[in-house]
Design a protein around this ligand. Structure first.
Ligand SMILES: [Zn+2]
Length: 260
């Protein structure tokens, strides 16, 4: 299906947006007008036959995608240029302010765009699809045109368990603790992408110690359990916000999850 535009407005409502039509011009799905339509097509609108009605229209399969004509930024190039701009002094400062080693931050591909620290986000094939921006005060944005993706560090050993954390900084904390780790953009996103990446691994999901964090972890765990030999959820002890804070308070590899 082709989306209408200014030069090719909808033949039903005559507007230049929302509606779509078939390549042969025989049918249209108008988002506005139901009158005279053959049927409703979900959220897309109403199916109208424009050409002679041959009775085919009700068998047409529709696969409508949102228009995405905007060219995507060259994320690989941007990430490299941001990495080159990051000075050693900035890297040290960020490491100290987060309590994460500069090595782990570098494994996560950290850079500097002139205003904020940057972290690349990748899909399950490690193709960069977006860039998280983190200001010095912790505020978070994304580079324009970004899709949310996973924070996947360089040099995963693929031998031990894979930790799945929330965000790049908790991921860095897990790396510092000596674990393989990836970060999700937040506690309730990219479930399918995470599952595709993590399939077959022994998994430890690190959830923030709050209702939202735990609910998100359970949702992910339910999917992972179908394709991973082991899935555990751990949360920091009461009163500790996240893995990064937990680590700063002295957590080290080899602890028990009951806090002992
Ligand atoms: Zn229309």
């Amino acid at each position: 299906m082709i989306r209408v535009n200014k030069n090719n407005p909808c033949k039903i409502c005559l507007k230049p947006d929302w509606c779509v039509y078939s390549e042969d011009g025989q049918v249209a799905i108008c988002a506005r007008i139901s009158e005279g339509s053959k049927k409703r097509c979900g959220d897309a609108g109403w199916l109208h036959v424009i050409g002679p009605d041959t009775g085919q229209a009700k068998n047409v399969k529709f696969n409508i995608q949102k228009p995405d004509n905007k060219p995507k930024p060259d994320f690989d190039r941007l990430v490299r240029s941001y990495q080159e701009r990051l000075s050693d002094r900035q890297l040290r400062w960020l490491g100290e302010s987060l309590g994460i080693s500069p090595i782990s931050l570098q494994r996560l591909g950290v850079g500097w765009d002139g205003k904020s620290f940057t972290f690349p986000m990748s899909d399950e094939n490690q193709k960069i699809i977006g860039i998280r921006r983190r200001y010095g005060d912790g505020r978070k944005f994304a580079v324009k045109g970004s899709c949310n993706g996973l924070f996947i560090p360089q040099g995963l050993s693929e031998s031990g368990p894979l930790f799945i954390t929330e965000g790049p900084t908790d991921c860095g904390a897990a790396l510092d603790l000596g674990f393989d780790s990836i970060g999700r953009p937040n506690c309730d996103s990219k479930v399918d992408m995470t599952v595709r990446f993590a399939r077959g691994s022994r998994i430890t999901i690190v959830a923030d110690n709050d209702a939202v964090g735990i609910a998100g972890a359970k949702k992910l765990s339910a999917k992972l359990i179908e394709c991973c030999p082991e899935v555990k959820i751990i949360t920091p002890p009461l009163g500790i916000k996240d893995l990064r804070q937990w680590k700063q308070l002295g957590l080290s590899k080899g602890w028990n999850n009951d806090g002992s």
